[in-house]
Design a protein around this ligand. Structure first.
Ligand SMILES: [Zn+2]
Length: 326
């Protein structure tokens, strides 16, 4: 039985961003080489991963998958050498299926979402968050806070429910970096960006505007709630932030898109990721954050790391490696 929401989703994805962008040629995103989200469907279903962390109940909710050509993750590298490195380490060398790991924190009546997925208008392989919320038995009206790492489609296009034409989490307060908000919302921004990024700005404005009055603009070290602090991790976007969870002497970092590949982002943090808007700054952020993560024994959750993206970092040779699991 196909309900109206499912039907609408099918209709909407009939002209989804992936198809539109492949026609328009999603070239020059982030000022870089040609890029196309893979239309090859590597699906990831709705899913829920739960664990407790100090006083918090943590749920990772699947929003689906985003499949990128490996060349996008190895942009400044010799293609053959990059493929050889991935193959040696048992990683896909053609299409990299990335997860979309939306984090929810619960503590008493506080229900906090870290990003909200991409809704139904971005990619056919994503937009599963509603199903995952249903699996987890989470009432959308119970969500008290939405914390946004950055304003890319896969993180915020889920703010507006296109079926209801209203915010998906109707009772929530929102927090985003002031720098990030100002970048995407600036007058004339759509016209200034390359064609490939115009849909990103239009989508950001469409989703952020209706909740602007309920949105707090964060600076570095902004405390959303006791034990929930946003820290500046720029580079992927100008105002990209991560969220540090501290409870009972332990720390967990929600890293957004700072680390987008299980192997490359940790062992080769200076390799250029095509969707980082400032490659030098993104690499510097990764290097500095890796030092802090190891020094302070911080666990992490990565938005696009292999489902559910929960892990920690160890020193390896003169660098680092990601190890799945806490
Ligand atoms: Zn992302």
């Amino acid at each position: 039985m196909v309900d109206r929401r499912t039907f609408l989703k099918g209709a909407a994805t009939g002209a989804s961003f992936s198809q539109v962008s492949s026609t328009a040629g999603l070239a020059g995103a982030a000022g870089s080489a040609a890029l196309a989200f893979s239309s090859q469907a590597i699906a990831h279903p709705a899913d829920v991963h739960r664990f407790s962390f100090g006083e918090f109940e943590v749920m990772v909710l699947s929003d689906g998958a985003i499949n990128l050509p490996v060349s996008v993750l190895t942009e400044n590298m010799d293609a053959e050498k990059a493929k050889a490195f991935l193959a040696e380490n048992g990683q896909p060398t053609d299409i990299r299926p990335g997860a979309v790991n939306v984090v929810m924190l619960k503590r008493g009546d506080e229900v906090m979402m870290m990003d909200v997925g991409s809704g139904m208008n971005f990619l056919e392989t994503a937009g599963r968050l509603d199903e995952s919320l249903d699996m987890a038995d989470i009432d959308r009206d119970a969500v008290t806070n939405v914390v946004i790492t950055h304003a890319h489609p896969d993180h915020i296009w889920g703010i507006i429910d296109d079926f209801e034409e209203a915010p998906r989490f109707g009772n929530a307060d929102y927090t985003i970096s002031a720098t990030e908000f100002d970048f995407w919302m600036a007058d004339g921004r759509v016209e200034q960006l390359p064609d490939s990024l115009k849909p990103f700005a239009l989508g950001a404005q469409r989703n952020l505007s209706p909740v602007a009055e309920r949105t707090t603009m964060a600076q570095d070290n902004h405390e959303v709630a006791p034990g929930v602090t946003m820290i500046a991790t720029p580079g992927h976007t100008p105002g990209h932030m991560s969220v540090l969870i501290e409870s009972e002497g332990k720390q967990l970092l929600i890293t957004g898109d700072t680390f987008t590949h299980d192997l490359i982002a940790f062992q080769k943090p200076d390799w250029h990721f095509g969707l980082d808007m400032d490659h030098a700054q993104a690499a510097e952020t990764r290097v500095q954050l890796l030092k802090r993560i190891v020094a302070d024994d911080i666990a992490l959750i990565g938005y696009h790391l292999t489902w559910p993206g929960v892990g920690h970092v160890e020193e390896k040779d003169s660098g680092y490696r990601y190890v799945a699991g806490l």
